[in-house]
Ligand binder design. Sequence first.
Ligand code: FMN
Ligand code: FE2
Ligand code: FE2
Length: 409
Amino acid sequence: MKASEVAEGIFRLSANIGSDMLFEGIWPLPHGASMNSYLVKGRDVAIIDGVCDWDGVPETLYAQFDQLGVKAENIRYVVINHTEPDHTGWLRSFSSMTRDFEVLITAKGLELAKAFYDLDVPCRVVKSGDSVDLGNGKKLVFEETPNVHWPDTMVTFEPSTGTLMCCDAFGTFGAVDQALYDDQLDETRLDFFEREALRYYANIVGRFSMAVDKAIAKVRALDVRIVAPGHGPVWRRDPDRIVNLYERLASYAKGPARPLVTVLWGSMYGNTQKTVTPLLEGIADEGVETVAYQVPQSHIGDILASAWESTGIALAMPTYEFQMFPPMAAILDELGRKHVKGKLAVRTGSFGWSGGAQRELDEIVQRQKMNWRFLDPVEFRGAPGTDDLKLVRQRGRELARQVRETALA
Ligand SMILES: Cc1cc2nc3c(=O)[nH]c(=O)nc-3n(C[C@H](O)[C@H](O)[C@H](O)COP(=O)(O)O)c2cc1C
Ligand SMILES: [Fe+2]
Ligand SMILES: [Fe+2]
C-alpha cells in the first residue's frame, strides 16, 4: 500500500486486513477491510488514528512514513479519535520507536487508553471546539462525537482543506487497492463500497444510531469538503454521498427501511421448510423483494445487514425441546441486541407435541424491546397441509402489502 495525498499537506496511510480475519472476533470480512490513518503536515506533523497491532500491520504504516520522508521522531502529535485497538494497537510499537510526541485525546479516551496501554508520554485532553495550530496554515479542530462507536469518540477537522478525519463514522468494510478515493472509483466500485458500508454499519455502529444522528448534525455544521474515515474510501468528489447514506442507515433504526423482506428459515426434517416457497411467493405476489437466509448455515453478519435494511422480516422455524429451533433463537437475540427494531413480521413453523417456539419468540421480542409488529402466526403439527400452505402464502401477501405501505421511498 502506498501513501497518497488527500489534499495539500494531508496524506492517507492505509493497511488492509484480509478475508481470513473476523472483525471484532465475530464479523466475517468477505472482502477484507482497511484501516486508515492520516498525516497532517504543517510546521509540526500530526498523525490522526492508526492501525491494529496484528502481525506486520504497523510495519506497513511505518513503510508509508518512509515514502513521505517522515521519521517517527518527526511526529509531534498523535491524535486518537477512538481508542478501539483497530486504530490504536500500533501505539505500543510506535512508542518504542519514539517517546517525543504528545497524545491528543478526549477525557473518556484517556481513561480507556490508560486501561489498554501503558502510555508513558504526555497526553492532552481535548474537547469540542479545542484546536491545535500545526503552523503553515494547518490547524486541527476537535469535535466530540460520543458513542460513534465507543463513548470516547471524536472527529478531527482540518479547516484549510475542509478535511474531516472521522474514524469509525462514515466507514465501510472492504479492503482498498490503489483506488482510495471516490473520484478514482467507478459506479460499480462505489456501489460495492456502499454495500460494504451497510454491512459495516449494521454489524458495528447500528446499535449507536442515535449517536450517529447527533454526530451528523455536528458534522453538517462544519464546512466539510472531504470525508476521510478510518475504514474504506475517502470521499472528496461527493462527501455528501457517504454522509447521506449514513443518515439513511441511521434512520432504519426506527424500523421502516427499504421495501424488502428478509426471510430467515431453519428446519430439521423439511416440514417448516415447506412453508418457505409459499412465503416467498406470497411476498412476490405483491411485488416486494425478498432475501432468504437459511439458519444456521448463514452468518449473522450477513443476516444483520439484510435485516437492517429490510422493512419486513419473515421467520420460519420449528419447535425444538420445548423452545425455538436454537440457532434461530440465537440469531433473533442478536438482532435484538443490535437494535433491529420496529420491523413488520410474520412467523410460520412446525411442532410435534406441545409447541414452544412461539412462546420463546414472544419472549425474545419482548425482552429485547424489539417492538416488531407481527401478523398472526401459521403454526401446524407435523407436515403442513394444503390449507396451511395457502394461509402461509396469504400471510406473505399481507406482510408484503404492509411493507410496501411502510417502507421509506
Ligand atoms: C430434537 C427435537 C426436539 C423437539 N422438541 C419438540 C418440543 O419440545 N415440542 C414440540 O412440540 N415438538 C418438538 N419436536 C418436534 C418438532 O417440532 C417437529 O418434528 C417438527 O415437525 C420439526 O419441523 P422441521 O421438520 O421443520 O424441523 C422436536 C423434534 C426434534 C427432532
Ligand atoms: Fe470502533
Ligand atoms: Fe474502527
